[in-house]
Design a protein around this ligand. Sequence first.
Ligand SMILES: Nc1nc2c(ncn2[C@@H]2O[C@H](COP(=O)(O)OP(=O)(O)OP(=O)(O)O)[C@@H](O)[C@H]2O)c(=O)[nH]1
Ligand SMILES: [Mg+2]
Length: 363
Amino acid sequence: MICTGCGVKIQTGDMDGLGYAPPSSLEKEVIVCQRCFRLKHYNEVQDVSLTDDDFLKILNGIGTKDALIVKIIDIFDFNGSWLPGIQRFAGKNPVILIGNKADILPKSVKQNKVIDWMKKEAKENGLVAKDVFLVSASRGHNMREAAEMIDKYRNGKDVFVVGCTNVGKSTFINRIIKEVTGEGDVITTSHFPGTTLDIIEIPLDDGKSLTDTPGIINHHQMAHYIDKRDLKIITPKKEIKPRVFQLNEQQTLFFGGLARFDYLSGGRKSFTCYLSNELAIHRTKLENADSLYEKHAGEMLTPPRPEQLGDFPELVRHEFTIKQAKTDVVFSGLGWVTVNDPGTIIAAHVPKGVQVLLRKSLI
Ligand SMILES: Nc1nc2c(ncn2[C@@H]2O[C@H](COP(=O)(O)OP(=O)(O)OP(=O)(O)O)[C@@H](O)[C@H]2O)c(=O)[nH]1
Ligand SMILES: [Mg+2]
């Protein structure tokens, strides 16, 4: 017996163990574990003891199957949710790339441009994708088109939906189930990374199946460094409003207390920040930035929370000279700042362990 919500094996012996369900609940038509029940009804997450290795073992089997692989990425965190090892997992199987959460991109952005951008990035990252789509699984945008193409490309084979944690794999599958059967929220989804714990097979008409998989954990992502309660602040839920700053040289922007952007040299210029609307941005002079952080991290500059400061990793500085016009400085999982002109010198500060990178502008 497995949990319909997360795929874990159901047990009734150990109340604190993984997969526990009260014996009385086994009579129900749909069986879910206590963890899924709490997530769904109280939005509370119980930590699990699975390691990265456990997740990788589950996924390693996929390369040996004859199947279509649907790789989902979060368009807000393209690089952080990329999964460099995907070609290895997929083996010889064809891969379709899906960018999810299109609803958070500013409405003015042309979808076709984003798809072209994704194709280019995919190629540069060594993925040969059969096709590329941009969808919003939670809102249902472009979902019918994507589902139809998956059905075409699968050619009568099984389908595996894979990707990093939190990209929306389970939401994507729920949306397909909803379109076909009318039944909603079958698989547990949540804004906590690591919701799905084992594979979940959804039977298809022809005896094959559509399989949800546990997300792979990418430790470079900001989500792993902040308090669970603050995930809501850094994760955009609706259209991002770009915030534009006219900066003089030697000015600094703080993104809450999680990251910092120093404008070092290049004359007076504008910079566009694409971050969750909920995350406060504070501007200051570069010369005051260190002392401001020391005094106000955890209060004015939050998240992190005050009680977290003891464990919060120090901010590490990465300096860049921008080479190409329209470059995004990406703070993995937090968003990005678009810099327009080559020759501009900036420094990005992020918690130790979080990735910063430059890419050709998405927007
Ligand atoms: N804005 C937006 N949020 C989405 C969309 N799809 C999913 N989400 C949100 O993303 C979060 C993660 O969704 P899940 O479906 O649980 O992600 P997952 O990839 O299955 O995650 P794991 O099981 O942990 O690997 C949830 O808070 C969803 O509501 C989307 O199209 N747009
Ligand atoms: Mg999931």
